[in-house]
Design a protein around this ligand. Sequence first.
Ligand code: MTE
Length: 299
Amino acid sequence: MAHRWKNDLTRDDITPEALFLNRRQVMAGLAGLGLAGLSTRAEAETLKPNTWDEITSYNNYYEFGTGKGDPAANAHRLTTEPWSVTIDGLVERPGEYQFDEIMAKMTIEERIYRLRCVEAWSMVVPWNGFELADLLALAGVRSGAKYVAFETAYRPEEMPGVRFPVIDWPYREGLRLDEAMHPLTIMATGIYDRPIPNQNGAPLRVVVPWKYGFKSIKSIVRITLTDKEPPTSWNMLQPNEYGFYANVNPKVDHPRWSQASERKIGGGLFSQREPTLMFNGYEDEVAALYEDMDLTKFF
Ligand code: MTE
């Protein structure tokens, strides 16, 4: 995979996470989009990524089974070459976009993000990828678009888990357009500078770091711009447990467990649970998106 780096930072630098937001964005004046905290976050902590083995052996990818080890055991069956993504709905240039052509046009950078699952475990992942906004710009978002819907591949012959009606396949997710366009929202295509493994959502998956992990939909084959909130898999299954927004929020518990703390994967058997951060630690960047909303209602 070709990587074109925009900056010279690596995960080994003692560097505040905010600086991983690239300079182009900063210069483009995105301060006005809620990134005004960039310089003040210079004292923010450094994130220590989980190991490759942790990130690639403890997964949720129900198309390959519901056990945490099932995706690593089964996802090699997924054919990821060739791959294309259909982008349709309210766009100027609808069509089937080849993965290789997308990659040739995108700038790949590293983003070290927290990943907080709704099941109350967490990791830190050094993703490689590009901003979803850049992909949407390729297709040209038409005025009137308010939401973005995503769909994972549905391949019964390659995905042993879809025999079970755990969810209404294909796995579907969605974002409000401003969430999708936010510079923190990326399409991940790699981890630790290697192509993203199948169990993590090859060849491209969404990563929205301030939302519960189930919003970060894997192995995407379709992106549809719409004017209506799209149906999403977990919400369709249990609307009282999984909302459309799914913002990480330690003050809004899941009906069956607390969301106030989390278990770090790799922390060891006796490690303490850690407090969960509002918007998973990205409050400065994203709180403005939800200013007038009751987050207990729009959970
Ligand atoms: N995407 C698809 N298509 N199917 C899934 O089962 N699980 C989600 C999300 N994306 C899932 C998915 C959940 S619950 C989480 S926590 C993350 O993927 C886990 O990502 P990871 O396995 O890369 O850590």
